[in-house]
Ligand binder design. Sequence first.
Ligand code: HEM
Length: 328
Amino acid sequence: MGSPRRAAGRRAARHGGSGRSDAASSAASGSTAGGGGGSAPGRIPQGVVDTLAGIEDLVKTVGFRNPGARLSCTVGIGATAWRAMRGDDPGAAPAELHPFKEFVGEVHAARATPGDLLFHIRADRQDLAYEFERLLLGALGTDVRVEDEVSGFRYFDGRDLLGFVDGTANPVGPDLPVSALIGDEDPGFAGGSYVVVQKYLHNLDAWGGLTVEDQEAVIGRTKSDNVELPDAESGQRSHKTLATITDAEGVEHDIVRDNMPFATPGSGIHGTYFIGYSRRLTVIEQMLERMFIGDPPGKYDRILDFSTAATGSTYFVPTAAMLAGLGG
Ligand code: HEM
């Protein structure tokens, strides 16, 4: 998913972005009519379905006012909402689609916070992201409720608020679609993707209490020039190593991350909105398992001692054609 990708759910949210080429992402979730929290079965109101089907036109409507700002919106649809729209028949849903799988380690937990829809809105100018979200929420109306809304920004040379360059190991070129897009293994959904989002809140005071050397050992890269580091001899693996998934044949499986820093310093909030797109949902789940349970179990990702996962949800990202086809 090269540049702009977007996703949203039944609730609307806005992400405004600032900085050179990033925008923001926001997650919202609604439930089916009258439901809550993204897990209620039932029909999806036709107005919501029509809005999702027409989202490409809405992006054009707003984006054409400043094409250079590259407005985009990726839509993610949760397992319950997808089945409410497409039915329960075998083959009606992407093979791996299910609600966020929780991982509870000895110290830290990745909890599920259900949602039906995710809208990942990106633009180089925050006003476009705002305008798009305003119109989108207006179109969705009272059939959806916003569960969460995060407005991110680009921080210097692509750094997270822990101060490290974030996104370096993302696949590029031909590797990108191979990692992010469903292929022939699930032909009815080829070209789509799975997206997992988690809102992490950082304890910057505690993080700042570490030496730069210790911070680098936690991440697995140097802070200033972003060079990879070997793991400690103690057996404690770095974040970079725990998030590297290699199968029995020795093949490494990547995902495409679009993490965004977000903050309201006056309220003491500093965070990373994790956004991971993957061809296989199991790859992200293995990463989460290694981070939260640890490898070996107990030796969990020390980034979690300074970053609390406040949310967690999973969505399927249909292709533009699948989305347009939802309207019937
Ligand atoms: C507090 C939240 C997080 C922060 C601040 C963070 C930050 C980073 C940083 C600085 C790197 C090294 C540079 C890079 O390659 O991008 C990295 C690598 C990576 N992270 Fe995270 N990350 C977070 C959460 C996650 C989560 C939840 C996942 C997956 C479930 C994940 C997956 C990865 C992967 C796959 C890599 C690349 C590993 C490799 O070198 O192959 N990260 N992350």
